[in-house]
Design a protein around this ligand. Structure first.
Ligand SMILES: [Zn+2]
Length: 250
């Protein structure tokens, strides 16, 4: 799970999730050089992928999807999925509809990351439906193709969001719980591993190779995050985290 790729100054809320393009390039070229299979999201649904394969996803619809990640991955022949917030497309730092159309035409998957990145915990049914079904509808209308994957904003929403996503027609729902997928995607929320600037290349390979201690640490950290959210509420926790750590949303 990637977010923005940039060397420039970035929003403190994005924090550690912003990777220098050079680091991403080393990672992507490293996958190809190592002969590691990189598969499209669609392969996950049917479980048609080799053991040890990876899928690359990008959240938030950042402009670097189109200016950095897309061109590099296209040149390497590597698939990826970009999860966007339709209400924010074309705003400062976000990819425009034209850029997203170009990515889709190049064969990349475009999924929904909710309408405007509102965190889904505690939303009423009408707003939840608007965020999930509404965002799907808008992306499909704008791009003229089917959208069947959702990445939960901030990894929020849990089982309720999963049910609403199914009702809205999504086939794949991706979360932020660190983990490894084995076999077909099934009916649950798919695990992912967030790429972080401070974990560098070492963290990248630890995730790709699913090193047990690394994965255990990620899961422990994620469990702490969830406990913090339960204690303070999702928004209270996000505010505290920004203040204390200057680090971003998962
Ligand atoms: Zn996000």
């Amino acid at each position: 799970m990637y977010h923005r790729l940039s060397d420039g100054p970035f929003d403190p809320e994005e924090g550690d999730y912003v990777l220098p393009p050079s680091l991403f390039e080393v990672q992507a070229r490293g996958l190809v050089a190592a002969g590691r299979p990189v598969v499209a999201l669609g392969a996950l649904a049917g479980g048609c992928y080799e053991d040890g394969a990876v899928a690359l996803t990008f959240d938030d619809g950042c402009d670097s999807d189109a200016t950095v990640a897309g061109p590099l991955l296209l040149s390497l022949g590597v698939p990826a999925a970009f999860f966007v917030n339709p209400a924010l497309a074309g705003r400062e730092g976000r990819a425009s509809w034209d850029a997203l159309r170009a990515l889709a035409a190049q064969g990349f998957a475009i999924g929904s990351h909710g309408l405007d990145h509102t965190l889904l915990d505690g939303l009423g049914p009408v707003e939840l439906e608007r965020q999930l079904a509404g965002s799907r509808r808008e992306i499909e209308e704008r791009l003229g193709r089917t959208v069947d994957a959702l990445s939960l904003p901030g990894g929020t929403g849990g089982a309720r969001a999963l049910r609403a996503a199914r009702a809205a027609g999504y086939r794949l729902v991706l979360g932020s719980r660190p983990g490894v997928l084995r076999g077909p995607a099934g009916d649950g929320i798919l695990p992912r591993v967030a790429m972080r600037r401070t974990r560098g290349l070492e963290g990248f390979w630890a995730a790709v190779e699913r090193r047990p201690l690394f994965m255990l640490r990620l899961r422990a950290r994620h469990a702490l995050t969830l406990a913090g959210r339960r204690l303070l509420g999702t928004r209270g926790y996000a505010r505290l985290r920004e203040k204390r750590l200057g680090a971003g949303r998962p």
